[in-house]
Design a protein around this ligand. Structure first.
Ligand SMILES: Cc1cc2nc3c(=O)[nH]c(=O)nc-3n(C[C@H](O)[C@H](O)[C@H](O)COP(=O)(O)OP(=O)(O)OC[C@H]3O[C@@H](n4cnc5c(N)ncnc54)[C@H](O)[C@@H]3O)c2cc1C
Length: 293
């Protein structure tokens, strides 16, 4: 029997500008977020749908761990062609550590008898890249990273991953396996607004902690997010415009970046003289070891 793909999908936050942090600097302020389906997961979804269309796998089940709002990511997957959607209801705060998301997803996938898991290599907001690793560990599955191409022959998974200089590596493993896709590996499908509206009427099955026999407080968390550090504010000094100029000229000066642009000197004259001045210039700045005469 052909295995089903369990696709991990996450509703990810984009940021507005300027970004503000909450009072204890532990997170971005909620009003500075814009939610959408994680980009990388759309690539992984496309790979799963192509595998199903090619008759390689039996179906595509998308799974998310998150609050009710995370259903939007599942609706996107259903609208694009996924067969069923599952959410593990959990508060956003409980997911701060990637180990928790990994353990919950693993519990759900094990509960459903899943052997083949697709995910993105890293999310577009948290970007830790740790969830698929924790997931593979909790499932006792092989972990295949940076995947650009996937094939399945019986219970053998073969993947390609891109390395430097355009070279590729081919890796092989037995099921169970977690396949983490590189972002550029496919092209996410266009989902029409009407398809999204229809998907929102479909069922999202919920698998609670008690149904999974797992307790949040007992999930080991080997690493912990300490705090966020906002970027340093760098001020750029711009010389002001000349007040004798017209308003238009002053605006132009501001737009091009200030009145005093870096001074440049154009060398003119016979070739030998120009070369001597240039050599002297380089020598004084220790770019030429010997003075050229
Ligand atoms: C709706 C929602 C709201 C959140 N709000 C906050 C918040 O306000 N502040 C905060 O600090 N953290 C929040 N989190 C948790 C945080 O964003 C990450 O989910 C968590 O720390 C995982 O780390 P990561 O993003 O680095 O994942 P990565 O390891 O980079 O993710 C790689 C891949 O793993 C899979 N994956 C990751 N997380 C999930 C998941 N939950 N469900 C299904 N698949 C997943 C996806 O395929 C993803 O592309 C929220 C999470 C969700 C789902």
């Amino acid at each position: 029997m052909r295995p089903e793909v369990f696709l991990c999908v996450k509703q990810a936050a984009g940021l507005t500008t300027p970004v503000r942090f909450n009072s204890d600097a532990s997170d971005v302020a909620p009003e500075c977020r814009i939610w959408s389906t994680n980009d990388g997961d759309r690539f992984a979804l496309d790979a799963a749908l192509r595998a199903r269309e090619g008759g390689v796998i039996g179906g595509v089940t998308c799974v998310t761990a998150g609050p009710t709002e995370a259903d939007e990511a599942l609706y996107y997957c259903l609208a694009a062609g996924a067969d069923r959607a599952i959410r593990i209801p959990v508060s956003a705060a409980a997911l701060f550590e990637p180990a928790v998301a990994g353990a919950l997803l693993a519990a759900a996938i094990r509960h459903l008898g899943g052997q083949l898991v697709f995910a993105a290599q890293r999310s577009s907001d948290g970007e830790s890249g740790m969830v698929p690793v924790y997931l593979a560990h909790a499932l006792g599955a092989a972990y295949l990273s940076d995947v650009t191409d996937f094939q399945l022959d019986g219970t053998v998974v073969e993947i390609r991953r891109r390395i430097e200089g355009g070279h590729r590596q081919v890796w092989r493993s037995q099921l169970p396996a977690v396949v983490a896709f590189d972002r550029g590996s496919a092209s996410p499908r266009y989902v029409a607004v009407a398809a999204m509206a229809l998907a929102r009427r479909r069922e999202v099955q919920q698998l609670t902690e008690s149904a999974l026999g797992i307790s949040l407080s007992q999930i080991p968390r080997p690493v912990r997010l300490e705090r966020l550090i906002p970027p340093r504010v760098r001020t750029k000094k711009l010389p002001g415009p000349d007040w004798n100029q017209s308003a238009t000229e002053r605006m132009q000066t501001i737009v091009i970046g200030g009145a005093a642009r870096r001074a440049s000197t154009m060398l003119e004259g016979p070739r030998e003289e120009v070369a001597a001045v240039a050599a002297d210039y380089l020598h004084k700045r220790r770019l030429l070891r010997h003075r050229v005469s």
